[in-house]
Design a binder for this molecule. Sequence first.
Ligand SMILES: NC(=O)c1ccc[n+]([C@@H]2O[C@H](COP(=O)([O-])OP(=O)(O)OC[C@H]3O[C@@H](n4cnc5c(N)ncnc54)[C@H](OP(=O)(O)O)[C@@H]3O)[C@@H](O)[C@H]2O)c1
Length: 286
Amino acid sequence: MTVAVTGASGHLGRAVADELFALVEPDEVVLVTRNPDHLVAFARRGATVRYGDFDRPDSMQDALTGVERALLISTTALGRRAGQHGAAIDAAHGTGVRHVVYTSILNPIEANPSSVVSEHRATEHKLKASGLAWTLLRNDFYAELPAGALGRAIATGQLVHNYGDGRIAWVTRQDCAAVAAAVLAGDGHEDKAYDVTGPELFSGDDLATLAATVSGVEVSAVAVDDEAYIANLIDNGGLPEAAARGLASSGRAIRDGYFDQLTTVVADLSGRPARRLQDVLVASLA
Ligand SMILES: NC(=O)c1ccc[n+]([C@@H]2O[C@H](COP(=O)([O-])OP(=O)(O)OC[C@H]3O[C@@H](n4cnc5c(N)ncnc54)[C@H](OP(=O)(O)O)[C@@H]3O)[C@@H](O)[C@H]2O)c1
């Protein structure tokens, strides 16, 4: 069976491609990207690399020709993603693709205040109504994100957050990739949604403790409200205001309990334990 990965030159796409090589024959792998030149190494390993851009649906039709199952990796064009993903689903429908696997977000319900949720929810609805078989990979937030913030916390001795008492089980991209590859290569995943989380729930206090344990430096958690968190991200983190507000909306979602969820999907589908945040942090500090 021929399987495709869109957005294949990004972090997740490359990781999925790597995982796929262990599960299917290289000549069954089609990698779709706006940057074929970036995937020459995968082409050398036997994958087919094709140009495809959600903003050019005709290119997606060409790219997905002969493909039976496709992983649609959500894009980075915040505010335009629902349209892009919808165009990609329509393009897939016009080819031989029978089954689309989509990288969504944990708990994409209307009440979830994270700014990334609405476009994922719209894409989920579009895919479910498309007539294609679907699988939703509701990925938690990536563990690589707090690992970066923890580096700053260790440097300053303060972990500033707006999570309140909320908790989250960050998951690594590689584990998300392993789940995606297992779904692409396996059977019985049609019309299912998987909540893909890391192996441990962390509060803001837990994160500060982890940072202190790993670094040997005293780190205290400082819980602030959304506006103070945004100001801190802009003034001390150097983020543009829009990005700071987006992060704060996700922090609020954690505070409100929308990410307080722990599953065994990574281990169940990939056959190996989900990677611990501590290990990601240690690696990022090395
Ligand atoms: N769960 C989380 O915490 C979290 C955090 C950040 C992002 N995300 C989502 O997860 C996705 C994958 O994460 P990542 O770390 O791999 O991100 P990344 O490295 O920034 O890669 C983003 C991918 O989006 C693809 N893309 C952008 N515009 C596109 C277009 N017009 N048509 C088709 N593809 C397009 C790119 O594909 P090509 O360049 O290969 O064409 C690229 O590979 C992100 O795009 C985002 O939707 C999730």
